[in-house]
Design a protein around this ligand. Sequence first.
Ligand code: SF4
Length: 408
Amino acid sequence: MDLLDTLTAKGLRGEIPTREEALAVLATTDDELLDVVAAAGKVRRRWFGRRVKLNYLVNLKSGLCPEDCSYCSQRLGSKAEILKYTWLKPDQAADAARAGVAGGAKRVCLVASGRGPTDRDIDRVTDTMAAIKEADPQVEICVCLGLLSDNQAERLKAAGADAYNHNLNTSEGTYGDITTTHTYADRVDTVQKAHGAGLSACSGLIAGMGESDEDLVDVVFALRELGSDSVPVNFLIPFEGTPLAKEWNLTPQRCLRILAMVRFVNPDTEVRIAGGREVHLRSMQPLGLHIANSIFLGDYLTSEGQAGQADLDMIKDAGFEVEGAGEATLPRHRADVAAAAAGSCGTAASACGSGGGCGPCGGHAHTPEAEAAPAAQAPTAEGAADELRSDLVKVRRRGAGTELAPNA
Ligand code: SF4
C-alpha cells in the first residue's frame, strides 16, 4: 500500500507525515489493520528497538477538584465513587513509588488533582521527591500538578524532577466542549513553562470523547510542534458519574489506528499507551506494543489496571523487553534537541514561559477512502453509545490512599 510505504520510509528517516497522510491512517479499514500495525512497528523498532518503558502512577491527592474536565472522575461534581483523599505524606508516596520501581518501573509519575499547585504544594512534592530519590537515586520522576505559575517549574527542576506532565487532551477547536474552567492556551502555557525550565515535557491526548479524526490529527500535530518528549495516548475511561459516562466510541481496531497515527507523527518520540489500555484494547494490547514503546505498570489514578505481573508477562510473551534504568529512552538526536532546548530556554525561562489536567484518566470524520469502505469497517461504537459499561471500568480500591498493597 503506497500510503504505508511512504509513512514507513518517512518514519525511518525521522520525518513526519502530512496532515492528509495522518488522516488517511485513521481511515484505513480493518482488512488493512495488520499492515498498519506492521508499518508503525518498523518505525517503532527503528528508534526504540524492542524496549518497553514502564511508568508507575502515584496519585498524591485524589478527587474533589474544582475544575470541570468532563472526562475526569475527580472533577467538580463528579459522582464517580472513587477514592478521595488529601496529600499523601512523603513516606507514604515513597512506599508506593518503591513498589512500582520494584515491579520494573523506570519512571514514577507523581500526580495530584487540582487546578494547579500552591507554593506549599511544591514544598510537599519537593519533600516527596527527596524521599523517593533517597531510596532510589536513579528513578526518573515526572510531576503532574496541573497549571503552573511562574517559577514553579524551576522549583520542581531544582528539587530533582525530571519531567512534567500536562496533557493537551484534545484539539484547540473542541477544547471548550470538554472543559470550561481553563483553556487550551492555559495548557500550552504550562507545557512551555515546564520545557522552559529544563523539564522534559510529557504531554498527550485522550481519544474517545466524541472528537473527529481532524481533532485527533490537530492535537497530535500540536504536541509534535510543542516538542513533547513523551506522548501519552489515553483512551477515555467513561466513568459512571461523569458527563462522558456513555461515550463508548472506541473499538480495539480504532485504538490501534490512533496509536499508529500518533507513532507516524512522532516517529522518534516516546509514545505511551496510557489510561484505558485494558478497557479498550483488551486482548489486542500486545499489538499496541508493536506501536508504542511505553506503558503504565499496574493501576491508574482512580481505576484499576491489570495486575502488574500480567503487564510483565504480556511484554515478554509479545517478544519485547522492559527498558532498564540505565538505558536512554529517546534516540540520541532527540535527547540532544531536548537538552539544547532546555539549555537555551532554561536561562531565560521568563521569556519562554508563560497550565489543570492530570495524568491518565481514566467520532470521526469521513474521508473519500473511508466513504468507500464497507460500513462495517468504519470506526463503530463498541456498545450502544447510550450504555453504561461499569463491567469494564473498575474503580481503584488498593494502593495509595488505602491500607492495601499497591498493584505493581
Ligand atoms: S483532569 Fe485534573 S484539573 Fe481536570 S478535573 Fe481532573 S483532576 Fe481536575
